[in-house]
Ligand binder design. Structure first.
Ligand code: GLU
Length: 478
């Protein structure tokens, strides 16, 4: 049996560093065994999925140096590779389960489910109470034919345990009394993650599901789904989550998690990939530096450990330094060009500053913050806090704005201005006053080219990082 593995990102946001981590282990495992690595887009959440996010994920994975054998951009024998284009398959498959009785139509209204939950308040586990599970087949058919809205639920076993055999963890047991009759098909006819994921893994011939630990609690449902379909299940391998030094899960609120940030911050993709390869895995003893080819050569899951690997920016920077030093000068020049000293980026800066300089030698000092990493706010502490505000007010405002801008898909100057004005209104700040604080947070200067053009060029990830760091700096001020 030849190995087929996949990553299945949902295109609902920035390309996440965790996606690159999971992709790396899938890729390496596939290459080790002469198998195929597949990229599938799980865009069943129609409200949150975007084409830009999908493009950004593909671009970022290519940037770190990974490639796939089948995917939405290159096709392959099991396409389409976007779930939104596979709707008919899910309906066909789920109909088989309703037919066999392994799944059932549930006609309960949102109000009824609400009352059910309220009545069960205080219980440790509140799942669907099974009202429609007992409906006679003919009755269910009749109500569906009469046009009544329904979802389809999996009839989970109600006693005993479901066992997930995980390659890294051994047998993980789940009490069936604690597992809900999972919705498979929503009332709009779209599949849920669980249904689409299992149907696709089966139809795409996936032999090993290598994914992040956070999906482990979904796996018993998937195990039961495979059983209900009477399909052979793949092997399960749940990778340990990347963590902060304090062991909390890495998350946007604390660290930069977007691959685009790492690119903008001047990390070399091969250094990042090597570092991700040390997350939970070791090549030999305490050796940390290795190439992708060496990782493939040595790869086995036996060298993976479960103690939450810490994704540490300081260690990553040290690894990056090693890689940077090993490049020859010409290489460094070409990397710098690819980073920010190339035509593309300079072309975006020039219109912002050309009217403001008399001589070209002013250009570099004037644009310094377009090339630097984290900024220092100490010299601005006084200016950052207007007389009528406290440092905490300003900090809360900046951190609130970070959240508000996160929801903003469009990072153009006009969209940024509209979002920032709307936020100012919401928190009852003068727009001008807020703009000044944002300018200082994003650039550590009081005078810059037009603010929103500047933010647009800096880009979402750098702006988010700087506003957050400035907010945190102000919080520490007394
Ligand atoms: N769509 C899921 C995600 O966004 C896929 C999880 C899985 O690999 O099964 O990560």
């Amino acid at each position: 049996m030849s190995v087929r593995v996949r990553i299945a990102p949902s295109p609902t946001g920035d390309p996440h560093v965790g996606t690159a981590y999971v992709a790396l282990f899938n890729y390496v495992f596939a290459k080790k065994h002469g198998g195929r690595f597949i990229l599938r887009i799980e865009d069943t959440d129609r409200a949150r999925s975007t084409a830009e996010s999908e493009a950004a994920i593909l671009r970022a994975l290519r940037w770190v140096g990974l490639s796939w054998d089948e995917g939405p951009d290159i096709g392959g024998p099991c396409g389409p590779y976007r779930q939104s284009e596979r709707g008919a398959m899910y309906k066909t498959e789920v109909a088989k389960l309703v037919e066999s009785g392994a799944a059932y139509r549930c006609f309960c209204t949102a109000e009824r489910l609400e009352r059910m939950r309220a009545a069960a308040k205080g219980k440790s586990f509140v799942g669907y109470d099974g009202l429609c599970r007992g409906l006679a087949r003919a009755e269910s058919e009749r109500r569906a034919a009469a046009g009544e809205a329904f979802v389809v639920r999996l009839a989970m076993p109600k006693t005993g345990q479901t066992v997930v055999a995980d390659r890294l963890r051994g047998e993980v047991r789940f009490d069936n009394t604690q597992i809900d009759d999972q919705i498979l098909l929503k009332s709009d006819g779209f599949p849920t993650y669980h249904l689409a994921n299992v149907v696709d893994d089966h139809r795409m011939g996936i032999t090993h599901v290598i994914r992040a630990e956070e999906w482990l609690t979904s796996t018993p449902k998937h195990v039961e789904l495979y059983r209900a379909f009477d399909w052979p299940a793949p092997e399960w391998i749940h990778l340990p989550l990347l963590r902060n030094a304090d062991k909390s899960k890495i998350a946007k609120r604390k660290n930069p998690v977007s691959l685009d940030y790492y690119r903008a911050a001047g990390f070399l993709p091969e250094a990042l990939l090597n570092y991700l390869g040390t997350m939970g895995w070791s090549i030999a003893g305490d050796r940390e530096k290795f190439t992708l080819a060496e990782m493939i050569e040595a790869f086995t899951f036996d060298r993976m450990s479960l103690g939450g690997p810490v994704f540490d920016l300081v260690k990553l920077a040290a690894m990056n330094a090693d890689y940077l030093r090993a490049l020859d000068d010409d290489d460094v020049v070409s990397r710098l060009r690819q980073w920010r000293l190339g035509d593309d980026y300079l072309r975006r800066l020039v219109p912002l500053v050309r009217q403001r300089v008399q001589r070209m030698d002013e250009f570099v000092p004037m644009t310094e913050y377009f090339f630097s990493g984290d900024l220092d706010y100490a010299a601005l502490a006084q200016d950052l806090v207007p007389g009528n505000r406290t440092a905490k007010d300003v900090a809360d405002c900046l951190l609130g704005l970070v959240e508000a801008l996160d929801g903003e898909r469009d990072f153009s100057p006009a969209a940024l201005e509209a979002a920032t004005r709307a936020f100012a209104e919401k928190v009852a700040w003068e727009a001008k006053e807020l703009f000044m604080v944002v300018r200082m947070a994003a650039t550590a200067r009081k005078a810059t080219p037009p603010l929103f053009e500047t933010l647009a060029v800096l880009g979402r990830d750098v702006v988010r990082r700087r506003l957050r760091l400035c907010g945190e700096y102000l919080k520490r001020l007394r």
